[in-house]
Design a protein around this ligand. Sequence first.
Ligand code: SF4
Length: 239
Amino acid sequence: MTAKSSPNCARCVKGDCHPPIKAGETPPMDRLPAFCPMRHQPEVIEKAVAEYNNPEVKEFARQASKQEFEGYEQLPDGLRKPKNPRILELIQFARKCGYKKLGLAFCVGLHNEARTLTEILENNGFEVVSVCCKVGAVAKESIGIKPEEKIFGAENWESMCNPIAQAEILNSERVDLAVMLGLCVGHDTLFIRYCHRPLTVIAVKDRVTGHNPLAPLYTSSTYYAYLMGKGKKKPPPPF
Ligand code: SF4
């Protein structure tokens, strides 16, 4: 169980960090929930906000915020309609930042997608370098994987995923922006740790849902109720 004073924005129903007030008004700070980080860690937030005084960081944040704004069409009735798929946003944002050379770190299971994405990015004027997760052709045994833990069978060669090499190659290529495509849970963690270039994600790996890991959340009260574990409200039977 999470302690009350630990940040727990996921459980917040008030959302006083984004109140429906007019520009220039002050957000209410007197009714924050007990688990609100604005209540318990104001000094951390203040230090973080000071980081935006760095001109380079500020400009990057400004471009990201502009990209967010441009993701919507403002409708006459005051509503907003989202309009750009993430691939287009990647192209637009890279242009905003003046990036020319993009580095794709992709999973071998998404080789076709990597090829298509490369073509799209090149057709939009970018230089693209790409590195597959199996780069190096290093046997899985070298990191302690047992023969019976190999996906394609004990008797077969199996290259380990090598996210550190992917990151170091993109570092050495000095890409303007590294783009992760479909790396596995854990391999992505290593890639992020070793990549020293600006980094974004175009897609994450989900072998079951066509790389849409949120899909089970949308049916978590029916088909994916088992993910909730025991003792939760009994879901309606799926049909
Ligand atoms: S920052 Fe505070 S007000 Fe905002 S979502 Fe988190 S708990 Fe809620």
